[in-house]
Design a protein around this ligand. Sequence first.
Ligand SMILES: Nc1ccn([C@H]2C[C@H](O)[C@@H](COP(=O)(O)O)O2)c(=O)n1
Ligand SMILES: [Zn+2]
Length: 161
Amino acid sequence: MSDKRKDYISWDEYFMGVAKLSALRSKDPNTQVGACIVSEDNKILSMGYNGLPRGCSDDEFPWSREGDPLDNKYLYTAHSELNAILNYQGGTLQNAKMYVTLFPCNECAKAIIQAGIKTLVYDCDKYSDTASVIASKRMLNAAGVRYYKYDSTGRTVQIEL
Ligand SMILES: Nc1ccn([C@H]2C[C@H](O)[C@@H](COP(=O)(O)O)O2)c(=O)n1
Ligand SMILES: [Zn+2]
């Protein structure tokens, strides 16, 4: 009898990998974010990436970061975390875990808390100094949502698409 494979990916690598793959669907030219929601028993429940709401054309709405608020992306883009929550078609996300490639903003933190998600695993935290992320952490702490940084193994995978 042969031994089992030893170099299989861990649960964290698997789910953060799915979040990273989801991010590749984003049309945002500056920051692509992906999220993957997982049940307590490691089943994938939902995924999302940042983009425009349904019916709002990727080619007609702005992707710029600057200028008049009505002419840049910020008022229009739906964040990956919110999309993952809204994409869920099942019952409840109570006690679920979210893997996300970028630390959630304050608005997504509210949705995460209200959805009953209890654990958050994030990769990048490049906006940690902003009021949005500081407020997000304040709310997650108050609500008892545990969060920790993804501990990357540095392993790379190549997938032919
Ligand atoms: N946790 C987050 C944070 C941001 N987003 C989205 C919103 C925008 O599409 C983009 C950020 O753009 P930037 O200001 O870096 O040019 O990422 C998200 O989905 N989740
Ligand atoms: Zn957000």
